[in-house]
Design a protein around this ligand. Structure first.
Ligand code: GDP
Length: 420
């Protein structure tokens, strides 16, 4: 697996349209359900007198696990195709998809949008497509699922395809090079092999479309940025910050700066998977020893960068936000907690500058009094404590954030510009 290029894949779409089932199906058909899980299910099937092992039995177990609140959690949800090695990032509904997508371990490169053939486009289909646009997801593959429930009817497939094409057009995703695939996650149609049930269809299977995704170039040429997750003191070594390299290359014998704590020191060693390495690349989780700083000089939420090109600390910043769920209205002065990379900082929305059409991004209103669920807007934000954040056009990995309040993600956004 490891020698294939890597992709982070999101499975998005309306609740109950079949995202978890599709994940189970993909893991199963690519042989990625771990052996011990298969073994366990096989034994259980035999005990219950259900001879043989089949996909439905895996899915039943996954459904039970979900009912027990565990959600689908077989191994790490990783699978590989001929071309790529995929990690599935949190799917919507699982814990907090949006927040994880922005601040979590992995931002999605591309996504599969699941739309049930019987239901068609639903509110969350729309919301997730808007969010994909805001968060900069590369390509969408459209899986029209549950084709078995509509008798594999071509006309119904075309209707759903038209609905989705309209939606994509509104957010300026080009529908021209988007694959629309009629599938049944449950029955396994058009996942790895072309199905006899859809003889009218001559396009790619889902695995073909996944193989055809463009390769993701790791952002090694961008300046180094490592959001810090933790800081340790290790006896005999010294201060060891830990984090994931988002962009650039972390190398020994270079001088790095931590912002907003404003501390600097020389990288003496870099460790990854308990082994010393001379350098670390984007995506690598590392601990690194820095000479010249103490444990209390830096903290979680700092960003490490080259001393000559240190991470930006924002006095204020302007951002484009999408309000997903807020029980009332958002006005200037509102001060919720912003989650950006590993930082959590209360920030005040100083002004709501323009209200946008959430689909096209066109300006709808200047200086509106408030915004509410479903709205998109450009706002000016003042962090209540120093916060390191970057314009998304320069370093997308450090240019997005989630706004949390009342225990849920109420909005997501990307940084347009920063005033230092
Ligand atoms: P999620 O909420 O999007 O993750 O949806 P689930 O994967 O939990 O599926 C919701 C329901 O639809 C479950 O009862 C699944 O068994 C069913 N389902 C999913 N895919 C298919 C399909 O291709 N055909 C049929 N008939 N049912 C499906």
């Amino acid at each position: 697996m490891a020698d294939k290029p890597h992709q982070n894949l999101a499975i998005i779409g309306h609740v109950d349209h079949g995202k978890s089932t599709l994940v189970g199906r993909l893991l199963f058909e690519t042989g990625s359900v771990p052996e011990h899980v298969i073994e366990q299910y096989r034994e259980e099937a035999e005990e219950k007198g259900k001879g043989g092992f089949e996909f439905a039995y895996v899915m039943d177990n996954l459904a039970e696990e979900r009912e027990r609140g565990l959600t689908i959690d077989i191994a790490h949800q990783e699978f590989d195709t001929d071309e790529y090695y995929f990690t599935i990032v949190d799917t919507p509904g699982h814990r907090d998809f949006v927040k994880n997508m922005i601040t979590g371990a992995s931002q999605a490169d591309n996504a599969v949008l699941v739309v049930a053939a019987d239901d068609g486009v639903q509110p969350q289909t729309q919301e997730h497509v808007f969010l994909s646009r805001t968060l900069g997801i590369g390509e969408l593959i459209i899986a029209v699922n549950k084709m078995d429930l509509v008798d594999y009817d071509e006309d119904r497939f075309e209707e759903v395809r038209d609905e989705v094409e309209q939606l994509l057009g509104r957010v300026r995703f080009s529908a021209a090079d988007t694959s629309f695939i009629p599938i049944s996650a449950f029955e396994g149609d058009n996942i790895s092999d072309r199905s006899d049930e859809t003889s009218w269809y001559d396009g790619p299977t889902l695995l073909d479309a996944l193989n055809d995704l463009p390769e993701v170039e790791p952002p090694t040429d961008a300046p180094l940025r490592v959001p810090i997750q933790d800081v340790y003191t290790i006896s005999g070594i010294g201060t060891v910050p830990v984090g994931r390299v988002e962009t650039g290359v972390l190398e020994v014998n270079t001088t790095v700066s931590f912002q907003p704590s404003d501390a600097a020191g020389e990288v003496k060693s870099v460790e990854m998977h308990h082994e010393e390495v001379p350098r670390a690349n984007p995506g690598d989780n590392v601990g690194f020893n820095v000479r010249g700083i103490g444990k209390d000089d830096i903290r979680r939420g700092d960003v490490c960068g080259p001393a000559e090109e240190p991470p930006t600390v924002a006095e204020t910043f302007q951002a484009q936000v999408v309000v997903m769920q807020h029980p009332s209205v958002i006005t200037a002065g509102y001060t919720p907690v912003f989650h950006a990379h590993t930082a959590q900082v209360a920030c005040t929305i100083e002004s709501i500058d323009t209200k946008l059409d959430p689909a096209s991004g066109d300006v709808k209103e200047e200086n509106p009094d408030f915004i509410k669920s479903g709205d998109a807007a450009v706002v000016t934000i003042r962090p209540q404590k120093p916060l390191s954040i970057e314009p998304s056009s320069e370093i997308p990995e450090l240019g997005s954030f989630a706004i949390r309040d009342m225990g849920q993600t109420i909005a997501a956004g990307k940084v347009l510009s920063v005033t230092e």
